[in-house]
Design a protein around this ligand. Structure first.
Ligand code: NAP
Ligand code: ZN
Ligand code: ZN
Length: 349
């Protein structure tokens, strides 16, 4: 067994604290990765505070992992010791059901093995995430991080990147499309960069007027404050696609009114409480309300390659793990530009 240093939430909502546990030795199809960087996703906060229910403790969060391959199993062919590798929200799945064969492992009929707050496919062994010094992952769930990407800034691509890339592709984001990005945080700023790279005309809708200049620098064509009710009249009926990344409850109906006829709003944010949707907002204009959960492994690799081609990484603030609790508080206040990334060297020793 491999002793692993980490930070864990001991129980729901208590501050994260140093923790150590043992990883399994890599099996024939596994890759052992020494973690270099791990991004901090708002889903880490929701789960560490048990806001969605069913959380398992102690919890080592973290599913935006970049590291260096330290060992490979005898049947591993795509990775060698020393390679730079990435791990996202899943570490395994049944690999044989319809969604798994269709490259939608996140919808595995047996339930994917989530990177943390879940179990391995044996359904007994708890999984622990990337706020730790190393991880053992099935080769099939290990991503190649293309050369040339800054490693710390590439880490958030493993969740924030794929979660925004997948719906843009699914809804066929094309040059000239008018895309609204709601909420300019970790996911939102990636949505802006990715939609702009696909040729879309991006409008950021945000509660934080101070983020206006950043929105334009990130590639948006317009920035609108949602604190100003006039915005909802000004943008009404204009957008082809809305990517909603807000982490807290908010009125979906107000944003649905911004869609053109047959436009679609895709929910990515997962507020803990439900919000009513008025049928009229969908019926008038045949508007569509949809959701999207991360993306499959093949699409994650496609996204990484797209980012390498377009020179896209996350805008980050690197922190030592010792600042993780403060980082959570700052994220809840919307005070992050635009992703915290933990330097795992701070866990050494
Ligand atoms: P984040 O960095 O904290 O960004 C969320 C943004 O939402 C904030 O920066 C803020 O943007 C806006 N916001 C926050 N509270 C708000 C409020 N009360 N009213 C209006 N706007 C508010 O979070 P993230 O990591 O991007 O994650 C966003 C959400 O997506 C979370 O719920 C997370 O769990 C979820 N998520 C889903 C998936 C998936 O597969 N669907 C994957 C990853 C994460 P402004 O300051 O611009 O208003
Ligand atoms: Zn995430
Ligand atoms: Zn499956």
């Amino acid at each position: 067994m491999l002793k692993t240093n980490a930070y864990a939430a001991p129980t729901a909502g208590t501050p994260l604290a140093p923790y150590s546990f043992e990883r399994r030795e890599p099996g024939p199809e596994d890759v052992l990765i020494d973690i270099l960087y791990c991004g901090v996703c708002h889903s880490d906060i929701h789960q560490a505070r048990d806001e969605w229910g069913g959380s398992i403790f102690p919890m080592v969060p973290g599913h935006e992992i970049v590291g260096r391959v330290a060992a490979v199993g005898s049947k591993v062919t795509r990775f060698a010791v020393g390679d730079i590798a990435g791990v996202g929200c899943m570490v395994d799945s049944c690999r044989t059901c319809h969604p798994c064969r269709d490259d939608h492992e996140q919808f595995c009929e047996k339930g994917a093995a989530w990177t943390y707050n879940g179990t391995e496919m044996d359904r007994r062994t708890p999984t622990f995430g990337g706020y730790s010094t190393r991880i053992v992952v099935a080769e099939r769930f290990t991503l190649k991080v293309p050369a040339g990407l800054d490693l710390a800034a590439a880490a958030p691509l493993l969740c924030a990147g794929i979660t925004t890339y997948s719906p843009l592709r699914q809804w066929q984001c094309s040059p000239g499309d008018r895309v609204g990005v709601v909420g300019l945080g970790g996911l939102g700023h990636m949505a802006v960069k990715l939609a702009a790279s696909m040729g879309a005309e991006v409008t950021v809708l945000s509660t934080s007027a101070a983020k206006g200049a950043d929105a334009l620098r990130l590639g948006a064509h317009a920035f609108e404050s949602t604190r100003d009710q006039a915005t909802f009249k000004k943008v009404a009926g204009r957008l082809d696609l809305i990517i909603d990344t807000i982490s807290a409850p908010h009125d979906y109906n107000a944003y649905l009114g911004l869609l053109r006829v047959r436009g679609a709003m895709v929910l990515l944010g997962v507020p803990p409480q439900p919000t009513p949707v008025a049928a009229f907002m969908l019926i008038s204009g045949n508007r569509r309300l949809a959701g999207s959960l991360i993306g499959g492994i093949a699409e994650t690799q496609e996204m990484l390659d797209h980012c390498a081609k377009h020179g896209i990484v996350s805008d980050i603030e690197v922190i030592p793990i010792q600042q993780i609790n403060e980082a959570y508080e700052r994220m809840i206040r919307g005070d992050v530009r635009y992703r915290f990334v933990i330097d795992i060297a701070s866990l050494a020793g």
